[in-house]
Design a protein around this ligand. Structure first.
Ligand code: NAD
Length: 356
């Protein structure tokens, strides 16, 4: 029997509630698919500050690095908002990403037919959309040196090396091979030298993937095309700042923040988390939508463990639950037959995933 270890970082706010549901579903599918997951809990963010005074204790980094994957809820909340930057919950998450060397951020946009009216776009524009933004996460202008704020002048540096572009491009093409074999590389090569290098290197890497079709798009056009005709995209491959903006735009196409997962991958490690935050406004009420967290667990099974069938079980179970009209409160206005709690939603998905 295959055995995997997962570092569980529940975090703050709704984090513990939604991660508990993800574990429930993982346990249900692992029995069916004959593998075993052991969990090690670790502290991050506000929960870690309260216990240790540090948003990311050394032990958390050790646990995260020693496990096969990290499943993370969310961190932050008003209680910790006034702390100095180095002591804030977000600093803990940035340090964790860095320690794990996760350079590729994957964000799928999943459109559930049953929730099509949740999208701000017309149903005929959005229906059938299935795209993945692959964003470079630890380079580009957010990290480039020199940077500074001096009197009336401030500056940042957008820099990429050939090696950095090559490795993220390979992630993008590898994922396209498992999907519809199309990559759209997004840059601003008409203005920026760094984008010209990006374009050159992506075109070279593309030669290793003759089955995948590649096209290049300027970022301003990509922002427009995502709204005009999102179905045209399969994998969107892009750098840090463009990916930051485009992945948020793409995530809103599906309409609800409580549904969407993400993965951050490195050479060795993988960090899986919902795209939403800790939602302090609804924490502890049993009304948070656990689907983003459960879907992140499915990504972990697929990308980290290669357990494709188990991932499929979870994704199919989510579709079935929605098809049958079960809704958490955030999506209740879209054809709800029955409004369920966080825990009931997790149990239904676990039960259906095990039945498939
Ligand atoms: P948020 O994503 O936490 O919440 C935005 C809105 O969406 C809220 O009304 C919330 O109730 C709702 N919402 C979010 N997830 C939901 C779910 N699963 N089910 C139902 N409704 C859901 O963003 P915010 O309010 O800007 O931030 C709250 C806190 O979370 C802040 O401290 C912020 O720093 C932190 N945050 C953390 C992460 C992370 O841990 N990766 C990401 C974003 C924000």
């Amino acid at each position: 029997m295959r055995r995997y270890s997962v570092a569980l970082i529940k975090g703050d706010g709704i984090g513990p509630e939604i991660i508990d549901e993800a574990v429930k579903v993982l346990d249900a599918v692992s029995v069916k698919e004959n593998f075993e997951i052991t969990y090690k809990e670790a502290l991050l963010g506000g929960a870690a500050i309260d216990m240790t005074g540090d948003p990311i204790p050394e032990e958390t980094i050790e646990i995260a690095k020693s496990c096969d994957a990290v499943l993370f809820g969310a961190i932050g909340g008003p209680k910790w908002d006034d702390l100095p930057r180095s002591k804030r919950p977000e600093t803990g998450l940035l340090k964790l990403r860095k320690a794990l060397g996760v350079f590729a951020n994957l964000r799928p946009t999943i459109v559930y037919d049953e929730l099509i009216n949740a999208s701000p776009l017309k149903p005929e524009v959005i229906q059938g959309t299935d795209l993945m933004v692959v964003r470079e996460l630890i380079g580009g202008i957010y990290f480039g040196e020199p940077r500074g704020y001096e009197g009336d002048r401030a500056y940042n540096t957008m820099v990429y090396t050939r090696a950095e572009v090559e490795r993220i491009a390979r992630v993008g093409f590898d994922i396209a091979m498992k999907r519809n074999k199309r990559v759209t590389s997004v840059d601003k090569a008409n203005v920026l030298e760094v984008s010209q290098l990006w374009r050159d290197v992506v075109s070279e890497v593309a030669k290793e993937y003759p089955e995948v079709s590649l096209d290049h798009m300027y970022v301003d056009n990509a922002a427009m095309q995502l709204i005009r005709d999102p179905k045209q995209f399969d994998v969107i491959l892009t750098g840090n700042i463009f990916g930051d903006i485009l992945s948020d735009e793409a995530s809103m196409l599906s309409g609800s923040i409580g549904l969407l997962p993400s993965a951050s991958l490195g050479e060795k490690h993988g960090l899986y988390e919902p795209i939403h935050g800790s939602a302090p406004d609804i924490a502890g009420q049993g009304i948070a939508n656990p689907i983003a967290a459960i879907s992140s667990a499915a990504m972990m099974l697929r990308f980290q463990f290669g357990q494709e069938r188990a991932a499929w079980r979870i994704e199919e179970a989510i579709r079935r639950v929605l098809r049958e009209g079960y809704r958490t409160r955030d999506i209740a206005s879209f054809d709800a037959k029955e409004v369920v709690t966080t825990s009931e939603m997790g149990s239904l998905i676990a039960q259906y995933a095990a039945q498939l």
